[in-house]
Design a protein around this ligand. Structure first.
Ligand code: ATP
Ligand code: MG
Length: 590
């Protein structure tokens, strides 16, 4: 295309300085036919194939122009929801002195996900995985009076987390862009309002993005309370198991889902008896052999706390342990399952034969075991089990907690209704921090009565790349992406079929200008390619409205509209096409 024509196409800019229109002849959107070898998720494959991202190293991606347009749209939606609620944007450094992490006590907690580095003077730094420390450092220096609160500051910025398994493209990257916001309040009441504001902002943001999402109660660690919510895009491939009550509005991450009205496993007390149980390696085999329900088989698992102290954890055979609940039960101390050699050296027997009977390590057990009368436990010997075991009589349980993972059909902790499950991708997280960082770093304000109080904080994150990937994961078909209008890099794919036909091209460029004058964003495919190729690429790129101009349609002064999501085809008079499309677009955005 001649440069002059090209410049003309780019002449009109939106209020943010982005061109309303681009020509595929020149636009840098390198599509490819093959799926990348390392991609498991559809969204990852499509993001590579549609020229949105390119991998530089494991978990580190470049965002190409097509992707960046979508990201900018998401960012604008986020900014408007936050700005109208009084949050103020700033930008913090990505590189942070390690000293701040020592001060907050997170230097050790964060582990190998924290990328540490040294400068030329041998001073320690990290690349920020999150910014609680840095923002609290600013606040402790600048804010001293209750009059300066409440305050909410946010940024949209690059983070680095050395994820153990970066995967799914930008969905779980090592370098990624996050919107992170931090609120500062004088008292609980005000902090609760700030939290609610952000909760509402997030609901608005993900609704405006056109995403099918759910808000669930999330684990808030040792801080407690239901002061953490995650915003989950619902998708089969999601890494999070979500629990929903069929009866009330209770929704939670499985990590968090409580089991309040659990059933005790009861029965008549028997006597402890050692029986021969050959070749019973798994709960189901043992239950079958002994002709007892799996629920009466007590699994004994050895866990090691961060300070290396061991705990024997008991849970009924038909249940899985929820490690998050276990950690919270032990005041938030990180816990891990013992390695086989550790189990053997601590318990004196191989992992599979561990028994609570006579155990020298503290025992904690799931609530359901409390009234068990005829449990089955290990004996410390291969091929033998105790039957008739009763806690309290045959072994001592130090404390009982709710430790089991909720499963399908469990009772709802709010109303007793039944729980069912869905999968989700976490795109946003709102979290009440309390005074953890303000106390550690000394961020306080003077109250009206002259007393000093640590500032109450909240933090709020949205993954920019992950939200876009999740949108694609949720909305695509075998041919490509199906963008929601709000996040789509452009709105209209304008396709002239016979580019050698000057009069057809003149009419198409005229339509292009009319669309742009109507504030529609247009990607025109003025390449000299066969129709099949153009349509295939249009499906892959997935813009909501495909408008085709052909010699045939022009014979009737028409163009053809095909809506990507529904496949619906409408012939539009070319003279009123822009008006029609504008109305369609505006309706989709509201
Ligand atoms: P996850 O459990 O998925 O690791 P997280 O709890 O570590 O997430 P937060 O610390 O709450 O995540 O971060 C806020 C938001 O940042 C998340 O909701 C998510 O959208 C995004 N995010 C977190 N980790 C990544 C990552 N590795 N790649 C891309 N986005 C991420
Ligand atoms: Mg994480």
């Amino acid at each position: 295309m001649d440069r002059e024509r090209e410049r003309k196409l780019l002449e009109k800019l939106d209020p943010y300085g982005e061109p309303y229109g681009q020509s595929l002849l020149r636009y840098f959107v390198p599509t490819q036919k093959e799926d990348p070898a390392d991609a498991e998720l559809v969204s990852h494959k499509l993001m590579i194939r549609a020229g949105l991202i390119r991998k530089l190293a494991g978990g580190i991606y470049s965002y190409l122009p097509f992707m960046l347009r979508s990201m900018r749209k998401l960012e604008r939606i986020i900014r408007s929801a936050l700005n109208t609620r009084g949050a103020q944007e700033l930008l913090l450094p990505a590189v942070q002195p390690y000293e701040l992490w020592r001060e907050s006590g997170r230097d050790k907690k964060y582990g190998p996900e924290l990328l540490r580095l040294k400068d030329r003077h041998d001073r320690d730094f990290v690349i920020g995985p999150t910014h609680e420390e840095v923002i609290t450092d600013i606040i402790r220096h600048e804010i001293h009076s209750f009059r300066d609160l409440p305050l909410n500051l946010y940024q949209i910025q690059t983070k680095f987390r050395d994820e153990i398994r970066p995967r799914f493209g930008v969905m779980r990257g090592r370098e990624f862009i996050m919107k992170d916001a931090y609120s500062f309040d004088e008292d609980e009441d005000s902090a609760g309002k700030s939290y609610q504001d952000m909760y509402d902002a997030y609901t608005e943001i993900f609704s405006r993005c056109g995403l099918n999402f759910a808000t669930v109660e999330a684990d808030s660690g040792a801080i407690g309370g239901s002061y953490s919510h995650e915003f989950m895009v619902l998708a089969e491939s999601g890494e999070n198991n979500l629990v929903f009550c069929n009866h009330c509005s209770y929704a939670a991450n499985q990590e968090k889902a409580e089991l309040l009205s659990y059933k005790f496993i009861k029965g008549q007390k028997g006597t402890l008896e050692k029986v021969y149980t050959p070749n019973c390696r798994h709960v189901d085999q043992l239950a079958k052999f002994l002709k007892v329900p799996e629920a009466t088989i007590i699994k004994s698992m050895l866990f090691i706390a961060e300070d290396n102290s061991p705990y024997l954890v008991l849970i009924p055979g038909h249940r899985e342990i929820n490690t998050i609940k276990l950690q919270n039960a032990l005041n938030g101390v990180p816990m891990r399952l013992a390695e086989p050699n550790e189990a053997e050296s601590i318990m004196g027997v191989p992992m599979g034969f561990v028994t609570p009977v006579g155990a020298k390590v503290p025992i904690i057990a799931d609530n359901m075991i409390k009234e068990m009368a005829q449990g089955v436990v290990g004996t410390g010997e291969k091929d033998y089990h105790f039957i008739g075991a009763a806690p309290g009589r045959d072994f001592t349980v130090h404390s009982y907690f709710d430790l089991a993972l909720a499963t399908e059909g469990d009772p709802c902790p709010r109303c007793g209704g039944e729980l069912s499950f869905k999968k989700g991708i976490e795109v946003g997280h709102v979290f009440k921090l309390g005074t953890k960082y303000s106390e550690a770093l000394g961020a306080k304000v003077t109250r009206k009565d002259g007393s000093e109080t640590p500032i109450i904080m909240g933090c709020y994150g949205i993954g920019i790349g992950r939200t876009i990937a999740a949108s694609i994961e949720q909305s695509h078909d075998k041919d490509g992406i199906i963008w929601p209008v709000a996040l789509s890099p452009f709105e209209v794919a304008l396709i002239p079929l016979q580019v050698q036909n000057d009069s057809l091209m003149e009419k198409t460029y005229k339509l292009f200008n009319e669309l742009i004058d109507a504030t529609l964003e247009v990607l025109i495919d003025d390449r000299d390619e066969r129709p099949g190729k153009k349509f295939k690429d249009a499906d892959l790129l997935g813009l909501p409205y495909r408008v085709t101009v052909s010699e045939k349609s022009l014979a009737k002064d028409e163009c053809e509209l095909k809506e990507r999501a529904s496949g619906k085809i409408t012939m539009l008079p070319i003279a009123s096409a822009s008006e029609y499309l504008k109305a369609l677009r505006d309706k989709a955005l509201n």
